[in-house]
Design a protein around this ligand. Sequence first.
Ligand code: ADP
Ligand code: MG
Length: 428
Amino acid sequence: MDNLWKSWDLVLTNLKDSIQNDRTFDTWIKPIKPVKIEDNFIYLEIPNPLFYKGISIFIENLKMAIFKTIGTPLEIKWIYPESKNNTKSFYFGEKLNPANTFDTFVRGQCNQLAHAAGIAIAQSPGIAYNPFFVYGGVGLGKTHLIQAIGSLAIKTNNCKVAYIPCEIFVNLFIQSIQTKTMTTFRNNFRSLDILLIDDIHFIAGKEGTQEEFFNTFNSLYGQKKQIVLTSDRPPKELFSLEKRLVSRFEWGLVVDLQPPEFETRVAILRKKCELKHISLDDNVIFYIAENIKDNIRLLEGALNKLIAISTLLNKKLDINIVKEYLKEILSSQNKIITIEKIQEKVAQYFNISIHDLKSSRRLKNIVIPRQIAMYISREKTNTSLTFIAEEFGGKDHTTILYAYNKLKKQLEQDSYLKTSVEKIINSL
Ligand code: ADP
Ligand code: MG
C-alpha cells in the first residue's frame, strides 16, 4: 500500500503536466485515492458516484499518467466509500465467505474459548493473543472461525486481512520463485494487519516454504501484526515441521475445537434453519442431532439433503421422512473413499494393473487412467496433494496438481471421458 501511494504521487506529478489549472487539479484529482492494483485494474476511490462526472474529462490523461508511472496500461475501476466493503473484503489471498461470520457461528461448550478469543483478536488484532492457533478435526468449524475473525476485523477496524489456505501459500511461494517475484510476494505479506493461514499442517515436509513462512511470521510478529493459524492437530504433534516454527506457534494462544455436544448440535441446526427461513419441529431437530454426533459439516449436509428430499416429495419435513431417509444419507456420507479403493476401481475399469497405475511409465493407455485416478483422489478424498503423491508411488505433489488441472480441463470438453469418470466414481 505504501508503495502504491508513492507511485500515486508520481502519477499526480505526471498528471500535473497535462492539467495545468491548480483549482481543477485540487477539486477533481486530489480527492482520488488509490486502493489497489489487481488483474490489470487499478481501483480508485472517489467520494461519490456523482464525482465521476467531474473527472470524466480527465480520464484519458489519468490513464496516460498511470501508464507512464507504472509502465503497464491499467483499466480503472471506480469505487465509492459505500461499496468499499465489497472490494476490501480481503486484501489479497482468497475471498472471505460472507456466510462465515460470528453472527452465524454458534457458541457452545465445544468452542467457547476459541469463540471468545476469536472475537477479542478481531477487535484488537496483534495485541490480545498472537499468534492464535486453532486446531480440531474435520468439519468442526476451523475455517468458519478464522474467516469470521477476518470479517469482523475488516468491519470494525478496517484491517488489511489476507486469508490464505496453506496449500495456496505453498503454491504462491513456488510461483514467486519461478517468476522471480519474491520481493512482491514478501511485500504483500509485510503490509498486512492480519494474516489468516488455514490448515497449516499442509506445510509439513516442505522445507523451502517453511523457511519462507518462518521469515513472514517473524516479520509480521515483529511489527505486532496478528497471525492466526488453523491445523488438524496441536503444534506439538506437527512432527515434520521445523522445531523453531512449532515453538513459535506456541508463543501465543493455542485452543482446540471439540466435537459439539448435543445442545450445541441442536443450536446449530436451529441456526441453519433460521438462515434458510424454514422451521422444523423440535422432535425432528432432536432426532437429527441425536444421530449425527461428531462433525458439523455432516450435520449440515444431512439437514440440507433432508430439506431437498422433502421439497422433492412435496411433503413437510417431519419425523417420518427423517426416520426414513437419515440412515440412507448417513451411510452414503460415511462411505469412506480411500485412494487405494480409487486405484483399484480405475485399474479394473481400464484393465491395467495397480502397479502400472502407480508407476511412472509413460504409455498412453496408462497415463490417462493414472491422471483419472489422481483427479478422483483429489476430488473425493479429504487428503493433501503430498499424501496423494505418496500413494502414487512417491511422486512429487506438483505432478498431482498438474494431472488434476489437466483432467479438469479435459472433462469440460470431452463428454465421453466425463462419463467414464462418473462411472468410476459411482462404483466407489
Ligand atoms: P473445518 O474447517 O474445521 O473443516 P468448517 O469451518 O469448514 O470446518 O465447518 C464445516 C461446516 O460447519 C461449515 O458449513 C460451517 O459453517 C459449519 N460450522 C462449523 N462450526 C459451526 C458453528 N459453531 N456454528 C455454525 N456453523 C458451524
Ligand atoms: Mg477448513
